[in-house]
Design a protein around this ligand. Structure first.
Ligand code: 5GP
Length: 208
């Protein structure tokens, strides 16, 4: 368990991206449980819920019309089309967290990560997760058993293309062993929280 520092600073937007099958969801769930002061961002999506997914927790599931309404009202900090569905990050909770000094973690795709980096350049830390090999990725994707063959093929093809985006990110985690990957993510969070540039100018490090 990592303790939260008490220095006055803006909140950090941690972005976790990965090709599907890299084990990102497992890492991010564990990180949210174990790293104190790290909050999830709940995206809206037009895709149908998978077994075990809860509305308002994993995603807020909305209709196509509702998505368009929310997007056109400017209520999304970023949005993208992924696998024939739309996904977006609600703007208000994100900006509130940053202003109030709370750290938030976004589990979003590469297109979304690019938009957030452009819109909030001083407040983001981006992390890319890769499986140790492409064969491993294929195995994980098939093992999930939630999709038919055609959907798996599409995801694999897309995953290969997505994997090549890793140099755009600040940090790279090769997810060979889950515990080690979680520890590495914890190290990134700890280091980002210590960055002097994030501290408010009125902060006096010598006042107890
Ligand atoms: P899944 O449907 O498997 O939950 O997610 C598919 C992809 O959409 C994943 O790469 C996930 O990170 C991404 N994603 C989830 N929420 C968002 C979001 O709000 N914005 C963007 N751009 N991508 C998202």
């Amino acid at each position: 368990m990592m303790e939260l520092d008490r220095r006055p600073r803006r909140g950090i937007i941690f972005i976790l991206s990965a090709p599907s099958g890299a084990g990102k969801t497992t890492i991010s769930r564990a990180a949210l449980q174990r790293i104190s002061g790290l909050e999830p961002s709940v995206s809206i999506t037009t895709r149908t819920p998978r077994d075990g997914e809860a509305d308002g927790i994993d995603y807020r599931f909305v209709s196509d019309d509702e998505f368009i309404r929310i997007r056109d009202a400017g209520e999304l900090a970023e949005w993208a089309r992924v696998f024939d569905a739309s996904y977006g990050t609600p703007r208000a909770p994100l900006e509130r967290a940053v202003a109030e000094g709370r750290d938030i973690m976004l589990d979003i795709d590469i297109q979304g990560a690019r938009q957030i980096r452009i819109n909030y350049p001083d407040d983001t830390a981006t992390i890319f997760v890769l499986p140790p090999s492409f064969a491993e990725l294929e195995e994980r994707l098939r093992g999930r058993g939630t999709e038919d063959e055609a959907a798996i093929r599409r995801r694999l093809q897309r995953a290969r293309a997505e994997a090549s985006a890793w140099p755009e990110y600040d940090y790279l985690i090769i997810n060979d062993e889950l515990e080690q990957s979680i520890a590495q993510l914890g190290a990134v969070v700890a280091a980002e929280r210590m960055r002097a540039a994030r501290l408010r100018r009125e902060f006096d490090p010598w006042r107890s």
